[in-house]
Design a protein. Structure first.
Length: 367
């Protein structure tokens, strides 16, 4: 399921690719070793490198990328980086610059029509699974919004475990928890089906055992395992989508600059306990209790309290801080902006109906 650098060489050297637009994070492109690889294989290609500048994918930089691609006219867009880099590339390949672009994004109404060219991606983090998902995110005026379309799925992806090892521990921790959260949320999402359950279960069987060692002592074995786990979790949520923990994470990234996976982790246990405590209110087409039983089995626990204790321990070992005081987050002072920033599309997938008041109560119990 994973690839070698030889696979990339073979792909890049395809005679049909003459002009390649490479979108990447400058630091990760170098530290991952990707830049050395590209020096060896693109000598006969016309290459334009675009280094992502913003930490988060923002509309202003997206427009810059789209205009660069339009002027360069590549026959291949190659994204090498984490979730933000891949999201930029995915969106830029299907979106045109227009006066009402911001409004269309905010209203989730962009009229997708076709891809501009071929898109290939190489993740340098094990987390988002963006290489296989039909969604991408962009920030407009500080607020995080989602695109969803089958056209966003890259044409090709390459999983190169050695590119993951050099990432800072905090990035490995945040991205890796995102993979775990995506698989777990997929299992309880009201849109889940047998195929997404299979992907999510396979992902968790790997990530639960590999995540902490990958964060604290990365090597080719655990990097390979987390690469596969993140990919499988991405395939799962491409079907089922995510639920309340992801929906509520958006404002914590926007307002407090908490990285995505870290933001998802903040109240994860609280949301899963809310869903479990309200099984009788489940609006799923499947037996939610049986899904929780599957989750408990995957985590080798027998009840929701033990499950949450295990999640808390995983977060602690990965140094994912969830003490809001230490993170300088005051829920009461920011409650209105937090509730406003929640992603309603993700919230609608939660197995139990949940509203702003419920979310306020859930996140307030953390403070």
């Amino acid at each position: 399921m994973v690839n070698s650098t030889e696979d990339i060489k073979k792909f890049i050297n395809d005679k049909s690719f003459k002009k390649i637009f490479v979108l990447c994070g400058k630091k990760s492109f170098v530290t991952s070793g990707a830049d050395e690889l590209f020096k060896q294989i693109v000598s006969d290609k016309e290459i334009k490198l675009f280094y992502k500048k913003s930490e988060l994918p923002i509309l202003e930089e997206l427009i810059e990328i789209i205009n660069n691609i339009k002027n360069f006219k590549p026959d291949l867009i190659l994204a090498v980086g984490g979730g933000a880099v891949m999201d930029y590339a995915k969106i830029a390949n299907v979106v045109d610059v227009r006066e009402d672009l911001a409004d269309l994004i905010v209203n989730y109404s962009y009229p997708f029509q076709k891809k501009n060219t071929k898109l290939a991606v190489i993740p340098t983090t094990a987390g988002s699974g963006a290489e296989v998902t039909s969604n991408a995110v962009i920030y407009v005026k500080g607020i995080k919004h989602s695109f969803e379309s089958e056209l966003l799925i890259p044409d090709n992806f390459f999983l190169i475990p050695e590119f993951l090892i050099s990432a800072p521990n905090k990035i490995k921790a945040s991205a890796g928890f995102d993979a775990i959260a995506q698989a777990l949320e997929s299992l309880v999402s009201r849109k889940s089906n047998d195929q997404s359950v299979d992907f999510a279960s396979k992902s968790l069987r790997v990530s639960v055992n590999s995540f902490i060692s990958f964060v604290n002592d990365p090597n080719m074995k655990n990097a390979t395992e987390m690469s596969i786990a993140a990919n499988l979790a991405g395939k799962a949520i491409s079907i089922s989508k995510t639920t309340a923990p992801h929906a509520a994470s958006y404002p914590f990234t926007s307002l407090f600059n908490i990285s995505h996976g870290h933001a998802v982790s903040l109240f994860f246990e609280n949301f899963f306990k809310f869903n479990y405590d309200n099984l009788i209110k489940s609006e799923t087409s499947f037996d939610l209790k049986k899904r929780f039983d599957l989750i408990f089995k995957l985590f080798d626990v027998s009840n929701i309290n033990d499950f949450n204790s295990k999640i808390s321990l995983i977060k602690k070992k990965a140094n994912l801080e969830d003490d809001l005081t230490k993170l300088d987050i005051n829920i009461n002072q920011s409650s209105e902006d937090i509730i406003k920033g929640i992603n309603l599309l993700r919230l609608g997938n939660n197995p139990v109906k949940i509203d702003g008041k419920d979310i306020y109560n859930i996140i307030s119990n953390k403070s």
